[in-house]
Ligand binder design. Structure first.
Ligand SMILES: Nc1ncnc2c1ncn2[C@@H]1O[C@H](COP(=O)(O)OP(=O)(O)OP(=O)(O)O)[C@@H](O)[C@H]1O
Length: 243
């Protein structure tokens, strides 16, 4: 699996209408990401990074273009099937953690596994395993109010990883964290790519994270300006950044 194409987008175009003015946000963007790689998407605020992630993950339909995710044409599916695809194959990590305030760390992870129809006993086992993997085995019973920002983000990562997703999307995962916690988080995302074979797509402003990227894509004004492999997957010939 590692090194194989996981997701490919061709000609993604999206505009938002503000009053009568149409503002283009994605301008025929071509994008690829590979299993076992951390692909980092960088660029100034408003350059279209979050919109790209939303189009790649089935959260927002592009005006034009195609997304082939794990071999399936995502936007040709009906909405319910897209939701199911997301549930089955995608993990999400956001800047704001998005945890349930009343649930403890174990329950946060179990909740997601319940949606995935994992049986109760198995869900508990997998939740503890995922939380242990992110170093939170001593914090299983804590609710978010008793956790630091870095620990909350680790719960969010455990929750995403517990499904063993093939596609892992992280939008500014470290921007609310101090640099030490940020390093822990990016190392965990890196491990998700290397040990679980996930295609990890990270949107970030944080240049310190570049050290953990297999590939760095720079966006500006709705377009990809540069696309640099640090580690090139076997399937990609040197002449083809968007193969
Ligand atoms: N739902 C929306 N309606 C109207 N305009 C939107 C909407 N969502 C995003 N935009 C606009 O689209 C542009 C791109 O937004 P996007 O969030 O994709 O950029 P970004 O690169 O992720 O920015 P940031 O780094 O600040 O998160 C911005 O100008 C934003 O204001």
């Amino acid at each position: 699996m590692t090194g194989k194409l996981a997701i490919e987008a061709k000609g993604l175009t999206k505009s938002y209408k503000i009053g009568k003015i149409k503002q283009p946000v994605l301008k025929e963007v071509n994008f690829t990401a590979y299993h076992g790689q951390v692909t980092m998407v960088m660029g100034p605020s408003g350059s279209g990074k979050s919109t790209l992630i939303a189009a790649l993950s089935g959260l927002m339909k592009p005006d034009e273009g195609e997304v082939i995710a794990l071999g399936e044409s995502l936007w040709k599916k009906k909405k319910a099937k897209i939701d199911q695809f997301r549930l089955d194959h995608c993990g999400f990590i956001f800047q704001g953690f998005n945890l349930f305030p009343a649930l403890n760390a174990t329950q946060q992870v179990e909740q997601v596994l319940k949606y995935c129809k994992v049986k109760k006993g198995e869900a508990k086992k997998r939740a503890v395993q995922a939380l242990t993997e992110v170093g939170l085995d001593k914090r299983l019973k804590q609710t978010p109010s008793a956790l630091s920002g870095g620990e909350k983000q680790r719960v969010a990562i455990a929750r995403a990883l517990s499904k063993n997703p093939q596609l892992l999307f992280a939008d500014e995962p470290t921007s609310a964290l101090d640099s030490v916690s940020g390093q822990v988080v990016i190392k965990l995302l890196h491990r998700a790519a290397k040990e679980h074979g996930a295609a990890v797509i990270v949107v970030t402003h944080d240049p310190r994270l570049e050290a953990y990227a297999d590939r760095v894509i720079h966006m500006e004004d709705g377009q990809i300006l540069s696309d640099t492999f640090v580690n090139r997957p076997e399937d990609v010939p040197p002449s083809a950044p968007h193969a």
